[in-house]
Ligand binder design. Sequence first.
Ligand SMILES: [Zn+2]
Length: 493
Amino acid sequence: MSKNPAVAEIIEKYKPIWALDSVSALLEWDMETYMPTGSSEQRGFALAQTQLIKQQHMMQLVDPVAKAGKLSDLNDFEKGFLRVMKHDLDYYTKMPPKLLEDIARTGTEGTVVWREARKKSDFNLFKPYLEKMMDLKKQEAEKLGYVGHPYNALLDRYEEGLTTSDVDRVFTPLAPGLKGILSKVLTAGKFPSTHPLESVKYEEAAMTRVNQAVLKLLSMPEKTFRMDISTHPFTTGIDIDDVRITTRYEGEDFKASLYSTVHESGHAIYELQTDKALEYSPLARGVSLGVHESQSRFWENFIGRSREFVNLVYPTLKANLPFLASYSEEEIYRYVNSVKPSLIRVEADELTYNFHIILRYELEKKLIGGELDVSETPSVWKDMMEEYVGVRPENDAQGVLQDVHWSGGLIGYFATYSLGNVIGGMLYNRIQKDIDLKSSMSKGEILRVKEWLKENLHKYGATYSPKELQNRIFGEQYNPKWLLNYLEKKFLV
Ligand SMILES: [Zn+2]
C-alpha cells in the first residue's frame, strides 16, 4: 500500500508493535472469559509490561514519523498511517511518565473504592478519588494541549478531533428533540413502559441456540469469528481474521441477551470487514469510539429493533423459547421497543439513552473546566435526571456512582456513545439512497447491507479521520437531525 520508501520503512518497523497489540488483545479477552480468577495479578503485570515494551518501540518512531510528515505526494494510506501514528505518539511524548503512573494508580485504587462506594451507596467514600482523578485529568489536558476548552484534549483521545463545540452543536438540538418525542410516546401508550416478558425466565441453553441462530442470520463468518460469555459483553479484534464477541445470560428478560449479541456483532462486522491490505498497521482498526459505536447501534437498534428484523427472528424465538407460544410477532416488536424513563444508563431504551449521556457530558465538561466542584456532582446529577428523564434517583448508587468510567479515568469517553447513535442515524438515512432497507430486510438480505457498509465505511479502517470519513460518506459531520427523523418515524407514525 505504501510506495514511499521512508513511510514503507516505518510501516515495517511498526509490525512488532502490531504484534504486541494483538497479544495484549488476546490476553485481555482471555482475562474476561476463561482465565482462572486467581491469576489476575500476574495477568495485570504481563499486560503492563507488554504496554511498556510497546511504548519503547513507539518512541523509536518519533523522529522518522516527524520527518515523513513533511513529505508530499503521499497516498491516502500513507497519510492515514502517519496521521494515526502522530496522534498515538503525541500521547507518549507529551505525557510525563509520572503523570501516567499517577493516573494508572489512582484508577486502580479508585475502582476498588468505587465498587465499595456503589455497594454502600456512599459517595463520600469515592469523593477523594474522584477529586484526585479530575485533578490528574486537568493536568493531562494541560500537557496534551488544546485549543478552546481544556476538555477538548480529553475528547480527542476517544474521538480524534472532537471538540466541545462539535458536541454542543449535536446535543443542543438533540435534547429538546428527544424530549418532544418521548413525551408523546409516553402519552400515546403504543410502546409499553413495562412488559410481562421482562420477568419471564429462560433456559440458558435455549437462549444460546437463539443467539447462535442470530449470528447465522447476520452471516457472521465461522472461521474468523467466535462468541463466548462474559459479565459485561464486549468485542475484541485480535486481527482481521480473528474477531471475538461475548454475550451474557441473565436468565430473564431475553431481549437483553439477544440485543447484546446483535450489538457486539455490529462492532465485529466493522473489524472483520477492514481491508486486508491494512493488516499489521495501526489502520487495521475502527477509526474512533463514536464511529465504532455507530456500527453496533446501527445493527442493534436501526436494524435489530425494526419490525422486519423481528419478523426474521420470530420463528427462531418461537422454536426455542416455549413461553412465547401465546405472543404474536407484533407483541414481540413492542416488547423489544418498550420505552421507560429509568435511572440506569445501561438499561435505557433508544429514546431515553441519550439523556444519560448528555448529563454525563455536561458534568464532565464543567468539572474539567473548573465550573463545578466534585462535591456538587451527586445533587446536580439528581436535578438533571429529573429535568431530562423525569425520574429522580433516591440514592447515589442509582445516580452518580452507577458507571465505572470515572473511577478508571475514562473522562471524555461518554459522548462517543451518543455520537454513535447520531452517526447511526446518518447512516440509516444515507444507506437508503442505495438500498431499500425495509424490503431488503424483509427478504433477509443482510449480506447486501453488510457489503454496502464494507465498501463505504468498513474497508477504510482508520485511514480517514472520523470527521473526514463522515464528510466522504455523508457530506456532513455529526448531524443529529437524521437520528431525530428516524425516531419520530419509528415511534410516532
Ligand atoms: Zn458498543
